[in-house]
Ligand binder design. Structure first.
Ligand SMILES: C[S@@+](CC[C@H](N)C(=O)[O-])C[C@H]1O[C@@H](n2cnc3c(N)ncnc32)[C@H](O)[C@@H]1O
Length: 294
């Protein structure tokens, strides 16, 4: 049987034609097989694999070379420094979505530690939570905030609940249903609504490429009208946001101007646009003002 160094070299070679990150991916797959971290591969380079381990590695390499996303093979993806379980019921959280979390954490009202009587906790609603990536990151960084996470997919919600439990979060609740229909009737007004909804038009060729081929289509596309989910979310937000509350939306690179036009139609002010780290138009943020007139 090969030692770890030889198995790693073979894995890198096998992955060379199917991914640009063959070095890293080879390490991650071998670590998964050996149930160890990546430093172990270097420190124990001369340890030999058992035949069952070699067979398992070959199996994982074959799945990756057939195009299966690395995150689904490993069963996890890191987002905002947290390891989250993922499976083919959820979108694989993208690094560019971390911008939404940065902005949410920057703009959530701060709890005043010295206040004589604490106000009720600030509330955040994450619409279409998938693996729970956005909601869980916010809940983890702001234990004083109450986070509600919704999804139409009950299998996605099941995984999101598991992820919240694995990070021992108690300030997050999960609700199944389409957008605001998921919320309890008694739901109080909310400080912040955040969403990374499906926004790729059904005819977009990107749906036929890379990881998207394996991700649930309900997580990626709303159908022919790429803005359909934004229309529902923006219109409904006015029933649920506190006056002065914020709406934060991730969007596609070519949707900024059309979203700005949508926000013009209703009671929004202080609209801000943000690019992601690659300089691509990515997030739009607006403040709800019910008295704002055009
Ligand atoms: C682009 S994914 C975002 C997942 C996660 N928030 C993230 O950023 O990784 C969109 C999510 O919206 C959910 N979704 C689609 N239609 C919905 C609807 N009508 N109501 C609620 N959630 C919906 C999908 O199931 C999916 O989990």
């Amino acid at each position: 049987m090969p030692d770890i160094a030889a198995a790693l070299a073979t894995a890198k070679q096998a992955l060379r034609s199917c991914t640009d990150s063959h070095d890293l991916e080879a390490q991650l797959l071998l670590s998964a097989v050996l149930d160890c971290d990546r430093t172990h591969l270097i420190a124990h380079a001369e340890d030999r694999l058992a035949s069952a381990q070699l067979e398992q590695l070959q199996n994982l390499l074959a799945r990756r070379c057939r195009g299966e996303p690395l995150a689904y093979i490993l069963g996890w993806r890191e987002f905002y420094g947290l390891r989250l379980s993922v499976n083919d019921a959820v979108l694989i959280p993208r690094p560019e979505t971390e911008l939404l979390v940065d902005l949410a954490l920057e703009h959530l009202p701060q709890q005043l530690a010295a206040a004589p009587r604490q106000p009720p906790p600030a509330t955040v609603l994450d619409l279409g939570t998938g693996s729970g990536a956005i909601a869980i990151s916010i809940a983890r960084h702001r234990p004083d905030v109450q986070v509600m996470a919704t999804d139409l997919s009950t299998t996605a919600l099941q995984l999101a609940r598991m992820n919240a439990a694995s990070h021992a979060l108690e300030n997050i609740s999960f609700h199944a249903g389409s957008w605001y229909d998921a919320l309890p009737e008694t739901c109080a007004k909310i400080d912040m609504i955040i969403s990374n909804p499906p926004y790729v038009a059904a005819q977009d060729v990107h749906l036929l490429q890379g990881d998207c081929r394996h991700e649930p289509s309900m997580a990626l596309t709303p159908g022919d009208d790429d803005l359909a989910c934004y229309r529902s979310i923006i219109t409904g937000a006015t029933d649920y946001l506190l006056s002065g509350g914020l709406l934060l939306l991730e969007h596609g690179h070519d949707q900024r101007q059309r979203l700005l036009a949508l926000l013009q139609e209703t009671c929004w002010e202080s609209v801000q646009c943000h690019d992601d780290i690659s300089g691509i138009a990515r997030v739009i943020m607006a403040k709800y003002n019910p008295d704002h007139s055009r």
